[in-house]
Design a protein around this ligand. Sequence first.
Ligand code: NAD
Ligand code: UFG
Length: 338
Amino acid sequence: MAILVTGGAGYIGSHTCVELLNAGYKVIVVDNLSNSCETSLARVQEITGKELEFFKVDLLDKEALNFVFGKYDIEAVIHFAGLKAVGESCEIPLKYYQNNITGTLNLCEIMKKHEVKNLVFSSSATVYGEPKSVPVYEDFPLSATNPYGRSKLFIEEILQDLYKSDSSWNIALLRYFNPIGSHESGKIGEDPNGIPNNLLPFVAQVAVGKRAELSVFGDDYNTKDGTGIRDYIHVVDLSIGHLKAIKKLNSNPGIVAYNLGTGNGYSVFEIIEAYKKASQKEIPFKIIERRAGDIAISFANAEKAFNELDWKAERGIEEMCKDSWKWQSENPNGYDKS
Ligand code: NAD
Ligand code: UFG
């Protein structure tokens, strides 16, 4: 039996492929490489000493997807493929809805046709909108503040409807908090195109000298030091959560949602300090105005995943920054896609 991984060449997907291969699964990756390159998969095979199958397929191409499903005996699908830049989603919302929602509809249709009904979906803490309090629990009200977040929320609702119509589906909605870090080998990592939107890749590029300074988006939030607080989670811990979710689906739980976070919140200033320590580099920064749409504070209650998946994040902020720095310093130009 094989696990099909959509978006497996991307940041979280490539790390999850490592864990799947190490656990003995056969892995089939489909990815259109719109935000990744095949080098990540070559590195996954180098790290594990095992092979995976790769198909350059766009989820909008149902025929190509159907071909892959016809070729293998697939036990479950982990669905990472999607566009994820919040700012871009406000500029080109139709593309985001088309790619993320239509892509997921196509995938579910083909899964149904081939009687593959176990699905792990990459959702996001963004589906909690501006949470009324912290920590955030899975039963908090859901809302969206931008087209990217809305695509995640819609997909969660579509998957709920799918389950209601046919209870032989088993679906895990994994709501990630803020994934950072890299595999300890430093061979795979986050490789954003252009100017990074997220804090960690930006900090890493400042530390390595690719960017002059970090802009801190506001120091007047109602938090311990005025900067935004998030629940950063090591990407390897996050990846392991997917293996636990696949095991859970085998017990026929129906549709279930889990927060994948550490339960700890760190401020932007604390991240700068931790990264300085890990890299032994200066991180020059300036304070600018708040970024539109940002919330002050978000961190998870991750007890449900602990109780039901037997999963808990093991790696702390030092390890996250150390592993991020190993990737960034050994691959200053990422996978060098040029
Ligand atoms: P990523 O961009 O590195 O990986 C996504 C992969 O999907 C890329 O390799 C891309 O080429 C591929 N892809 C996109 N559209 C496709 C399509 N139509 N057909 C085939 N392949 C397609 O992103 P990531 O950080 O690894 O995120 C993976 C998933 O997790 C995404 O769905 C994202 O929304 C979600 N998520 C990410 C974060 C985060 O901070 N990184 C947080 C919460 C949720
Ligand atoms: N920040 C800066 N400067 C930067 C980038 C970020 O100060 O250059 C601050 C932000 O204001 C925020 C914190 O750093 O306080 C984290 O910002 P990120 O952009 O790294 O992460 P977000 O929590 O805003 O959003 C991310 C993803 C979303 C996802 C969400 C929850 O971008 O898609 O995590 O998983 F939904």
